[in-house]
Design a protein. Sequence first.
Length: 258
Amino acid sequence: MLQQARIHRIRSLLSTQGAVSTDRLVQELGVSRETVRRDLQALESEGALRRVHGGGVGMEASSREAPLAVRQATRAREKKTIARAAARLLRPGQTLLIDAGTTTALLAQELAGLSGLTIVTNGLEVARQLTRDEKSRRANEVVLLGGQLLTEVPATCGAQTVAEIQRYRADVALLSPVGLCAEHGASSFERPEAEVARAMVAAAHRCIVLADHSKIGQRSRIAYAPIGSVHTLVTDARARRHAGMAALMASSCEVVFA
């Protein structure tokens, strides 16, 4: 397939899906990963997309979250490190509220090795990781919140989900926002996800945000937690050099670099 035809197909995918993954393009276009990389570079130089690890995100969707498959492959190492560091902040006997996301799903993998926790979540993948084997199922109490299923991410949302969250008084809420900045706090693109996260913050004594360096200084469409309600930020070492980090460190928010 000629480059012009490949570029046309990639543009078509970006217009309908907002993002593309390298693996899918390799299969669909029948070319090498290096060829896909050059095509994505060409589109980025034209301002048509922003390259991310594992694919590319259309510029019109840059304030959105990329599709789940792309997010899972994006900065996976940093997210795993962040998840491990966040798990070390928790103690047996605590009740946790955890929202849905790729970073919190990795956190769930870490928590599956702990015991004595009560974990309440709207994330299907979070719940699956926490109950993946008999030992994990016995180690902690896991509650999956009811509600409507989202189409873009495996999660529940809506009035029922929020009402169920409000029944709890949790020790810690662990959230993974689309953006975090000192001026606007934690934010999400989708209103249903923001409403769930806002309810979790209100129902918890302490709020821990898990965010890799790409989310620092960023603001998405709907703010759900002012920086004053975020007690701890767990991020990766590259965030130290981010322009938005100085303002976060000057706030009351504790910062843990994984």
